[in-house]
Design a protein around this ligand. Structure first.
Ligand SMILES: [Zn+2]
Length: 154
């Protein structure tokens, strides 16, 4: 799996992580695509039922059900491809708690590391059920062509 995530959507996750600090933020990731490349189309922040702690999250299952129903009713290609949460110690690798909670190998786990209320890094992983461990998932951010002159070079 490779996740293609626009800068604006990466920022949505970082903003959500910073707003939740010193608790963990969490939310759902919607995308489309078959095979290796998944293009993320939407980030949907969701309530963390354990927001009174600083090192755990439990994404409100009602938020996921609502989103799944909405996507199904829309009849498009978008589906839930993963979720994100934040770590308040700055790390963006999944923790031991995350490994114990991971049960859906088809979902990407995106973690935003936050230090002193500032998002510092974002990494993605996916559960490898054979090894019972997380494997890194590359995040690709397409560059926008914003600054070219009419002659094609700046
Ligand atoms: Zn975690």
């Amino acid at each position: 799996m490779i996740l293609q995530i626009d800068a604006a959507l990466l920022k949505t996750m970082a903003d959500s992580a910073e707003a939740a600090w010193p608790a963990e933020a969490c939310g759902l990731i919607v995308g489309r695509g078959r095979g290796q490349l998944i293009r993320v189309t939407r980030i949907v922040p969701a309530p963390n039922l354990l927001a009174d702690t600083s090192d755990r999250f439990e994404l409100d299952p009602a938020a996921r059900i609502r989103l799944e129903v909405e996507l199904r009713d829309a009849g498009g290609k978008d589906r839930v491809v993963g979720h994100f949460h934040s770590h308040t110690d700055g790390t963006a690798d999944p923790s031991g708690t995350d490994r114990a909670q991971a049960i859906e190998p088809e979902l990407a786990w995106v973690v935003v590391g936050v230090v002193d209320g500032q998002a510092v890094q974002t990494l993605a992983h996916r559960l490898d059920t054979k090894r019972n461990a997380f494997r890194p998932v590359p995040i690709r951010t397409p560059k926008k062509r914003c600054c070219q002159t009419a002659s094609g070079s700046a």
